[in-house]
Design a binder for this molecule. Sequence first.
Ligand SMILES: [Zn+2]
Length: 71
Amino acid sequence: MVIMKCPACGAESKLTFVEDSYEGPRRCWKCRGLFTIKIEANEMKSCEPLSEEDFARQQEIEALKNKMKGR
Ligand SMILES: [Zn+2]
């Protein structure tokens, strides 16, 4: 489990992943801010602000990835 601390409002969210690494978009539950987060070995490596446009694009990529995994 990884605790993500929102750089904008400081709200913490607990994230769980199947694997211990993750790179992708996340939305803060509190301020609705968008970020690209990168996790390695259950540690937050980076958290970059993300625009709505980029968020939509990244979600598409994630959806595609998940589709491919399911096959
Ligand atoms: Zn926030």
